[in-house]
Design a protein around this ligand. Structure first.
Ligand code: FES
Length: 269
């Protein structure tokens, strides 16, 4: 799903994490080489790299936190993975701040505790980077999904079910968009039978179905490939076991309206 903090659709968080990763790793290498070669200028460089890494980490954390809050689907495996990723990074930042405070200035020879803090910090950074990689390469957080002949990703937030979610012409055949209506995430898609609306939440591990693929009347989850019938919500193919929720979609004067099915049934009664 497209990052909210991006430059021309390039997410900012992955660009900025390069700084703390490179600087903190360099600080450990400089300290070890400085001690081995008895060169104070190397551990001085290590001290400045620790400080630079801390500053870089704070700048990288801001777009990461915004994307975790606004882009990662709620109640999903990626949401908890992102929380662990952010928490581990926070601990790493604290470790390096402690190290910088302990050393005090660039001239201080790094002692065993400083080296231990660096080794633990870099090891935890590796684990956190692994989680970050899973968030991008498997969960596709920050990936800007495009559709043939129909432009870029669309997302709307509405505070009422009575308002139109889009114009019918905005969606091409097989294209989907996400509508967050009164806090409920609804995927809207155009299939051969017309406009359909269904829950964005995959019942397997919470993948965003609006970011998947709509072929005919089946939607495929982008995370592990579960497929659902968009009309009935039934599972066509697992690993998901439970059906998804579907909504009533209608077109009036070219505008697409969506309602929870129980409201439609209540009006009919
Ligand atoms: S989250 Fe696993 S198939 Fe959708």
């Amino acid at each position: 799903m497209r990052s909210k903090v991006n430059i021309k659709s390039h997410p900012l968080h992955p660009m900025l994490v390069a700084f703390p990763i490179a600087l903190w790793t360099a600080s450990l290498i400089c300290d070890l080489l400085g001690l081995a070669l008895k060169k104070p200028e190397l551990w001085s460089a290590g001290f400045y790299a620790v400080i630079g890494g801390c500053i870089g980490a704070v700048f990288a954390a801001v777009p990461g936190a915004i994307d975790w809050k606004t882009v990662v689907p709620p109640n999903s495996s990626a949401k908890s993975r992102g929380l662990i990723h952010g928490s581990v990074n926070t601990v790493v930042l604290i470790l390096f701040i402690i190290e910088a405070v302990r050393r005090g200035d660039a001239g201080t020879t790094p002692d065993r505790v400083s080296l231990l803090l660096s080794v633990v910090g870099v090891a935890m950074l590796g684990y956190s980077g692994w989680l970050g990689g899973t968030l991008v390469y498997r969960n596709q957080i920050g990936v800007d999904h495009r559709y043939a002949n129909s432009g870029s990703w669309k997302e709307r937030t509405l505070d009422d079910w009575s308002r139109p979610v889009c114009n019918v012409g905005e969606l091409a055949q097989g294209q989907m968009m996400l509508a967050v209506i009164k806090g409920e995430r609804v995927a809207i898609g155009k299939c051969p039978e017309g406009i359909v609306a269904f829950s964005d939440h995959c019942t397997h591990k919470g993948g965003p179905l609006s970011d998947g693929v709509l072929i005919g009347w089946a939607v495929q989850c982008p995370w592990h490939g579960s497929q659902f019938d968009v009309h009935t919500g039934r599972v066509i193919s697992g690993p998901a076991q439970k059906q998804i929720k579907t909504y009533a979609a209608r077109v009036e004067n070219g505008e697409v309206y969506v309602s929870p099915l129980f409201e439609v049934e209540r009006k009919k009664a």
